[in-house]
Design a protein around this ligand. Structure first.
Ligand SMILES: [Mg+2]
Length: 190
């Protein structure tokens, strides 16, 4: 299978790094449901996000629990992994390094904030895992790729892209709580 995986907050713990940096640099707590801008101000927020996405600060992003183990098993089973991220081209420089340092072989495809559904169709992905409902909702039922929503769902910054607004999960979308559940789901698709 060819499998799409979102990067920020799906493969890594983006919010965890934001929380840590907000505490270290600004002495503030990034509370669940709040935005980064309302916590540290618009200018600070933009500068911090740019730094995480465009510098080697990306390497400090920790993996989400079980993500690396599951991906290693999928790769060992000859599945092809594509990191389908809404990041801009200039924001993916350190993703390869992040993957290489964990012995993960995967191609990185930045959508430059474009909708992922139509791109997943072109890439002929069997499934795509993402934490953002706005992106999952771009996988319309006519697209063969199975959209899988991983629990998370709150993004304190707007780097996700996709169609904003909708909070309804469509019937053809699959939901998982964590990476182990995603691994089990994939076994039912093969
Ligand atoms: Mg994400």
């Amino acid at each position: 299978m060819r499998i799409g995986i979102d990067f920020d907050d799906t493969l890594n713990d983006y919010r965890g790094l934001l929380r840590k940096l907000v505490q270290e640099r600004f002495g503030k707590e990034l509370k669940k449901g709040e935005t980064l801008a309302s916590t540290i101000g618009e200018d600070n927020s933009q500068a911090l996000v740019t730094e995480i996405l465009e510098t080697d600060l990306s390497l400090q992003l920790e993996p989400r629990p079980d993500s690396v183990g599951v991906l290693r098993r999928l790769i060992a089973d000859n599945h092809e992994i594509i990191i389908l991220t809404a990041r801009y081209d200039r924001e993916v420089l350190f993703i390869d390094q992040w993957l290489n340092s964990r012995d993960l072989t995967a191609n990185v495809y930045p959508t430059n904030r474009e909708d992922k559904g139509p791109i997943a169709r072109e890439l002929e992905l069997t499934a795509h895992l993402d934490d953002m409902l706005a992106q999952i909702n771009t996988f319309t039922p006519d697209i063969a790729t199975v959209p899988v929503l991983i629990a998370g769902g709150w993004m304190p910054t707007s780097i996700a892209g996709g169609s904003g607004g909708s909070t309804k999960i469509a019937d053809h979308v699959r939901s998982v709580d964590d990476w182990k559940e995603f691994e089990s789901l994939l076994q039912t698709l093969s």
